[in-house]
Design a protein around this ligand. Structure first.
Ligand code: BG6
Length: 490
């Protein structure tokens, strides 16, 4: 714990970057990997900023067609950036920047192709074992997300994903296999990436196919699936602690910090409710119980979550060790209809007149990160780690191969200043992994042109390119930041 009155980033601060298997690995159909829900995601040219929901729309018919389509032309997540074959080169670059940590995720269908096998696919396990050993060689501490938007497709089409309680057992089996195999290599684990995102994209997060849901019960089924994820998260937290003594397990929340548009109490009330609903997802994993106000809200909506008799005990007894979260932008809320909107992370908000925005319309708010850190630490009193933050932007490669991404450096610099201030004010922040430390396929839009990395990857939205890796200006800047443990942000 951060009890000493010192200034700045604590010694041993985990500086690094973050990736997700489905957005980088590629190799979607080799070495025994099965199809996952991510392999269904398509790229659409000329995407509009307010088109996210349409893009994510999914149906049983669409899945059937996509399943039979053996190409990767319109499915960029099948290609990723071929990290599967480039990981050694990429880890060397991360090590050159001085990374202390790297957040990666396990592709479930690489280990259990349909999710239902008893025995794991050895080639899948070996890939991750080699990856973690290579990290160890470079002195990079892995942070591993067990579920990041890529459950086996078969579990989605057969059971409607996490709506079915059986999925808990399949997931627990996957996790136990991982804990036993990677014991000694991995200490930090996250259970579900952005567990709250189930409400924004139920298929990507939980394999739920809208036309498989009984009409009028869609929302109820989403809460049911979420409950199963909460229970699964608690069980694997317990298993992880037992199998790997000294391991640390965290929950992962999309921190959707929301401001009232005005001081009209109606705006304040609606904003309060939005923020409480956002916290609910971490509350269950940190406090081990559903918040009373959420239980009341569910009752009012006539949503009846089926729970087994032991569920509440499982949740209460197996809470997380730390809280991790993503933070990209803040949102603004109003009780008034028809105000101008701005885009956000698979969510829209009222446009905030005080903030600039990225090329994708996400409003940049470094101070919002400090506010988020203070709120989260005050609420949970658990160590915090920022496991996603960054700026999706269009980058230009100059004729000499250089990439001058001053806008990205500015984004990071401003956010790091706020992190430092929050630490100085008493927040226990133990690490930071920037999102997409190497360019990757966008989760929301499947674009390659929405670049987050310190390292450029030569590939366009259609998959053309050599996959060559190039260092951007931000590469050298982040290297300096890490080397000075955040003291030099110039
Ligand atoms: C987070 C996800 O919500 O946002 C990542 O966990 C994702 O997987 C990131 O990539 C940024 O979103 P996008 O749509 O710009 O890729």
């Amino acid at each position: 714990m951060n009890n000493n009155i010192t200034s700045g980033f604590p010694e041993g601060f985990l500086w690094g970057g973050a990736l997700a298997a489905n957005q980088v690995e590629g190799a979607w159909n080799i070495d025994g990997k099965g199809l996952s829900v991510a392999d269904m995601a398509t790229y659409k040219a000329n995407l509009r900023l307010d088109d996210y929901e349409g893009h994510l729309a999914i149906s049983s018919d669409f899945i059937e067609k996509a399943r039979l389509d053996k190409s990767d032309t319109i499915y960029p997540k099948r290609r990723g950036i071929d990290f599967y074959h480039h990981y050694k080169e990429d880890l060397s670059l991360f090590a050159e920047m001085g990374f202390k940590t790297l957040r990666v995720s396990i592709a479930w269908s690489r280990i259990f192709p349909t999710g239902e096998e008893e025995k794991p696919n050895e080639k899948g396990l070996l890939f991750y074992e080699n990856l973690f050993k290579e990290m160890q060689y470079h002195g990079i501490e892995p942070i591993v997300t067990l579920s990041h938007y890529e459950m086996p497709l078969e579990l989605s089409t057969k059971y409607n994903g996490w709506v079915d309680r059986k999925i808990i057992d399949y997931f627990v089996h996957l996790c136990q296999i991982c804990f036993k195999r990677f014991k000694g290599l991995v200490k930090y684990w996250l259970t579900f990436n952005e567990i709250d995102s189930i409400h924004r994209h139920p298929f990507t997060t939980a394999g739920i196919i809208p036309d498989r849901c009984e009409e009028g019960r869609e929302e109820e089924l989403v809460y049911q699936a979420l409950h199963h994820q909460f229970v699964a998260s608690a069980i694997v937290t317990k298993d992880c602690h037992e199998i790997i003594p000294g391991s640390q397990v965290g929950c992962m929340l999309t921190k959707l910090t929301t401001y009232p548009h005005t001081c009209n109490p109606k705006d304040v009330e609606i904003t309060l409710k939005k923020n409480l609903h956002n916290y609910f997802f971490a509350d269950v994993q940190v406090f081990g119980e559903y918040p009373v106000m959420i239980e009341r809200m569910l009752e009012r909506k006539n949503i009846n979550i089926k729970m087994e008799s032991e569920d509440r005990k499982i949740l209460k007894e197996n809470t997380v060790d730390f809280v991790s979260f993503s933070y990209y932008m803040s949102l603004t809320e109003s009780a008034e209809e028809g105000l101008e909107k701005s885009a956000g992370n698979t969510i829209m908000g009222v446009k905030n007149p005080y903030l600039p925005a990225t090329d994708w319309g996400w409003q940049i708010d470094p101070l919002g990160l400090k506010i988020s850190l203070i709120e989260l630490y005050d609420r949970y009193k658990k160590p915090l780690i920022i496991v996603e933050n960054g700026m999706g932007a269009k980058d230009k490669v100059e004729s000499d191969g250089s990439i001058h991404d001053e806008y990205r450096i500015k984004y990071f610099r401003e956010h790091f200043k706020q992190m430092k201030e929050a630490i100085d004010e008493g927040v226990d922040l133990f690490g930071y992994t920037s999102w997409g430390c190497i360019d990757l396929v966008s989760a929301g839009t499947s674009q390659m042109s929405k670049r987050y990395g310190f390292i450029y990857v030569d590939q366009d939205d259609e998959g053309n390119g050599t996959l060559e890796r190039k260092k951007k200006d931000s590469f050298y800047w982040y290297q300096k930041v890490i080397n000075s443990n955040g003291k030099d942000l110039s």
